[in-house]
Design a protein around this ligand. Structure first.
Ligand code: 5RP
Length: 237
């Protein structure tokens, strides 16, 4: 199975958790896009759901395919969010934001009773940090914020380049009008500590560490889709 087929497989398995009448958070990225495609097929056959998209990109795809949408203002409490991830570990702590939608993704996931992550096997790691951590920052004071982020990381032994995400036309700008710093800190031993330190930097809007938010990950590999629960839950079923 190639990477694309794995994404489709994970998305298809996630669809089994979607029930008629649900208010759904809908993620961003290539795996989430496969989910939207399959969801739209079910909607066309009569499934009744309303989605809150986590990005303008996802909103556009949903509109094109006929998935009914609402804003989070209109529907502030959601049953379930289904989204992709850049990395997940055994605690189901995630790195997200590779697609630049981390702020809306985190707000939408936090407004949901449950979050299911869909991923291919390449996203599973023993320790987070192979994928650079996206950090959404205010454009004002960018240089000072970058220095503060580097200093905060250094205080817990993390170093490495912290780079402004660029497009061919200049800095990448999020749906919220912010910039993104991609921090190549390497292995993140204590995501909670890093999260607290980053939140304490005034110019940081949000970061891509999702801690204690995912209820399960549906991960697709060569043998098909598998459901992974957080390590602590596995130990105390
Ligand atoms: C976007 C995200 C995506 O969920 C993440 O980047 C995974 O994307 P893909 O499914 O394309 O690998 O966090 O901000």
């Amino acid at each position: 199975m190639d990477a694309h087929a794995m994404k489709v497989e994970a998305a298809r398995a996630a669809l089994a958790h979607v029930e008629d009448g649900m208010r759904l958070g809908i993620g961003t990225g290539s795996t989430a896009a496969e989910f939207v495609r399959l969801l739209a097929e079910r909607v066309a056959k009569g499934l009744s759901v309303v989605g809150v998209p986590t990005s303008e990109r996802t909103a556009t795809q949903c509109r094109e395919l006929g998935v009914p949408l609402a804003t989070l203002e209109e529907m502030p409490e959601l049953h379930l969010t289904i989204d992709g991830a850049d990395e997940f570990d055994a605690d189901l702590t995630l790195i997200k934001g590779g697609g630049g939608a981390l702020l809306r993704e985190k707000i939408v996931a936090a407004a949901s009773e449950r979050m299911i992550v869909i991923a291919d096997e390449s996203k599973r790691v023993d320790m987070l940090g192979r994928f650079p951590l996206p950090i959404e920052v205010n454009a004002f004071g960018l240089a000072a914020t970058r220095i503060a982020v580097e200093r905060a990381a250094r205080s817990i032994g993390l170093g490495g380049p912290v780079e402004l995400r660029m497009t061919e036309n200049g800095p990448f700008v999020t749906d919220g009008g912010h910039f993104v710093l991609d921090a190549s800190f390497g292995r993140i031993r204590d995501p909670r500590a890093l999260s607290g330190l980053l939140h304490a930097v005034p110019g940081v809007v949000e970061h891509g560490l999702f801690i204690g938010m995912a209820d399960l990950v549906i991960v697709a590999g060569a043998a098909g889709a598998q459901t992974v629960r957080p390590r602590a839950v596995q130990q105390n079923p």
